[in-house]
Design a protein around this ligand. Sequence first.
Ligand code: ADP
Ligand code: MG
Length: 339
Amino acid sequence: MADIINLLPDNIANQIAAGEVIQRPASAVKELLENAVDAGATEIKLIIQDAGKSLVQVIDNGKGMSETDARMCFERHATSKIRNIDDLFHIRTMGFRGEALASIAAVAQVELKTKRADDETGTFIEIENSVVKKQEPVAAANGTSIAMKNLFFNVPARRNFLKSNAAEMRHIVDEFMRIALSFPGIFFSLTGGGQQIFHLEKGSLKQRIVQVLGQHYNARLVTVQEKTDYLNIYGFVGKPDTAKKTRGDQYFFVNNRFIRSAYLNHAVMSAFKEMIPADSFPLYALFIDLDPAQVDINVHPTKQEIKFEDEKIVYAFVQAAVKHALAQFSITPTLEFDL
Ligand code: ADP
Ligand code: MG
C-alpha cells in the first residue's frame, strides 16, 4: 500500500493557522496596533472601511523595517521580539509569536509600505494568499503603513461568518479603546467610513480615560496606587456614584496587556461592596505590573487570558489597593447613583 501522508503547502498551512489568530477584522486591528506600539511609534492612525471587511489600515511613525525584514515579516514564526525560549519568560513587547502578519497575508490582500529613519528609500510590498505580488523601492515617510484589504476574500466560508457592520465595528472600537487606554503616551486616531471617530492627543492616563470613556468621568475618578516588591498596581476606579447598570467600562491590564479575569473582577467588586447597589458596575482601569516571569501569557493565541504564578497574591493586592483608594467613601455608603 502507498503512503498517504503529505506535508501541506505553506499557503494552506498559513490559512489554517490564521483561523486561530484572525477571526474577524477586529483581530487584525489588535495585531496591527500592537505591532505599531512595539515599533515604538508615538503616533498611530487606524483607518477602517466597511467595518474592516474591505479595509483595515494602520499607519505608524515607528522604527520601520529594512527591505529584507519587510519581506521576512510575512513568514510564519518570523519575529524580532524573541530569540530563544528564555526570552519567552521576559517578554516586554505585545507580540512575540511571529504569526500575525503571516496569518493576515494568508487570508487577505496586504499592502505594506515601510521605511526606517536611516534609509533613503522605503519598501513597498503587495502580498495575497501568502504570495508576494509586487516588491519595489518606494518613497515613504518614516514608519510603517499596513493595509489589509478584503479579509477572507479567499475563504468565503469565513467571510460569510462575519457579523453585521455594526457588530464588527463594535469589536474594532473595543480593541482600539483597550490599546488606546493602555498607552496614553501615544497619539491615536480612528477613522471609520471616512469619519473621525477618535482623535486622542497624548496625555496622562486620567486624560486618556476621560477622552476614551467619556467626559462624565471627569473629576469622578479615584486614584489607585499600591506598590510592593512583587507588583505595582495603579490606575483609576470611578467614584461609587458613577457605577452603571451595565457592565462595560472595566479594564485590567497586566504589563500593559488587556486581560479578562473574572477572578480579579471579583476582587474589585468586593472592594466596592456596600458602596454601590448589588447589580451595578463601577468603572475601573487598573494596571498591574509585575515581573514577566510571574505571568504566563502564552495560554491563548489572542493572549487575553493569562495565568499568574500566584493568583491569590494578585487578588489580595488588587482588593486591598481598591479598598484603600475607596476608604474615603466607606463611612457613608452611597445610596444615590446616576444611571
Ligand atoms: P510579532 O509581533 O509576534 O513579532 P508579527 O507577525 O506581528 O509578529 O510581526 C512580525 C515582525 O514584523 C515583528 O516582529 C516586527 O519585527 C515586524 N513588524 C511588524 N509590524 C511592524 C511595524 N508596524 N513596524 C516595524 N516592524 C514591524
Ligand atoms: Mg505582532
